[in-house]
Write a protein that binds this ligand. Structure first.
Ligand code: ASP
Ligand code: MG
Length: 412
């Protein structure tokens, strides 16, 4: 029997009515001959509420109890989904993470999955059960405590189950109908992609496209899980949504697949730091320890043994970055003249596996920005991505210009 994994996000199970709607989709896949593992999120808004309750009760909470509380939203939807399926005469039961068991490490609040032994669920499928409804986002630690996988973690649960059960596909049902060339709120020319390569999706997800948790894409890429993102509200059709797949499954490749952005960035510059071996370690070590997520890094040309060091980070981490740098200076680990913070910048990136084999993408990108008089403050590149930091007030304009330049409105 082939196993299909279907994951329903919070908006897709937000009411009893929507759970019924989702259950009907499960019924259709049963009729197609699949055994189905359904992964559910909590009803939309529920996890936020639970997180809020924990913080109100105990500001410096015990992370094990945080997990006990915030994992509970998924237990409710798993039970309700199983009941709904039973009402439709489909043999189904719910499983909490620990019952499967979905084994994780002990990093409460951000646990990593270690193993999902398939035996228990497989045995029930052999007994005639057709649907295993599993609470997403949760597992069990080596100490036997409930863990959660980090916000958005039920995507990762779904992909991990698809890998463990060698599923034919992992369908992620959500409130958008797929992955877009860019945010449709920024340009109406944004277009749904029929297919996108794992690596592109990984870049887009980590650059701020929120449709899939980054870790779930990483996992899908590693285990070659065919992932499909689709809306639970649209009428069903075989080719709905976006397939996230290996690059050789995509015939016609645009050089650029999408334009991503991250609105609230900051550009920090340390002026006149000593240009000596170990200086980068002396700066970025304390930043990492201070919990600052450094993204772009530029070291400028050295002048008389001194240099400027520029980096970017999320704007809400600027106070932390400043504190870490002052503390390092007070401790005599680094010296600098000024610490400049530009808190009005955004990052805009173009992503595409075609960049590996096509030259001139950067030049084309920079020309498009120049034509709109957008000044570039920092540039970084990887094999399949070019990112620039620009003034935040030009962010929308830049995204639109790049979407036009790379003709992303045309079908791939
Ligand atoms: N309910 C969890 C959250 O809101 C997990 C998920 O839905 O993916 O983060
Ligand atoms: Mg989600």
């Amino acid at each position: 029997m082939s196993v299909l994994v279907m994951k329903f996000g919070g908006t897709s199970v937000a009411t009893l009515d929507r759970i019924r709607r989702a259950a009907k989709r499960v019924g259709r896949e049963i009729a197609n001959g699949h055994d189905v593992i359904v992964i559910v999120s909590a009803m939309s808004g529920k996890t936020n509420e639970l997180v809020g309750w924990v913080g109100e009760t105990s500001p410096l909470y015990d992370a094990r109890e945080y997990d006990a509380v915030v994992s509970s939203g998924e237990n409710v939807t798993a039970g309700l989904m199983a009941l709904t399926l039973q009402e439709m005469d489909i043999p189904a039961r719910s499983w909490q993470g620990w019952q499967v068991p979905l084994k994780t490490n002990g990093a409460h609040g951000a646990a990593r999955i270690e193993e999902i032994p398939p035996d228990n669920i497989t045995a029930r499928f052999a007994d005639g059960m057709r649907v295993a409804v599993v609470a997403g986002f949760q597992g069990i630690s080596p100490e036997g405590r409930i863990t959660t996988l980090g916000r958005g973690g039920s995507d990762t649960t779904a992909v991990a189950f698809a890998a463990a059960f060698d599923a034919v596909r992992c369908d992620i049902y959500t409130d958008v109908d797929g992955v877009y060339t860019t945010d449709p709120r920024i340009t109406s020319k944004a277009r749904k992609l029929d297919k996108i390569a794992f690596e592109e999706m990984l870049e887009l997800a980590s650059l701020g496209a929120k449709v899939l948790q980054t870790r779930s894409v990483e996992l899908a890429m590693r285990y070659k899980v065919k992932l499909r993102v689709l809306s639970s509200f649209d009428e069903y059709d075989e080719n709905a949504g976006t397939l996230v797949c290996e690059e050789d499954e995509i015939m016609e490749n645009n050089v650029v697949a999408g334009v991503a952005y991250s609105r609230d960035e900051a550009k920090m510059t340390l002026t006149r730091v000593a240009d000596r071996p170990g200086i980068a370690a002396a700066i970025f070590g304390p930043l990492a320890e201070g919990g600052v997520n450094v993204d772009m890094i530029v070291q400028n040309i050295s002048d008389a043994g001194q240099t400027d060091m520029t980096f970017s980070c999320p704007v809400d981490q600027v106070p932390r970055a400043e504190a870490a740098m002052r503390a390092a200076r007070d401790a005599g680990e680094i010296d600098f003249q000024d610490l400049l913070a530009d808190t009005e910048v955004s990052k805009v990136s173009v992503v595409g596996i075609g960049m590996r084999s096509h030259t001139g993408v950067a030049a084309k990108m920079f020309k498009a920005l120049r034509d709109d008089n957008v000044n570039i403050k920092v540039i970084t590149t990887s094999e399949i991505k070019i990112s620039v930091l620009i003034d935040r007030k030009y962010m929308e304009l830049a995204v639109q210009a790049l979407h036009d330049t790379f003709e992303l409105e045309k079908a791939r």
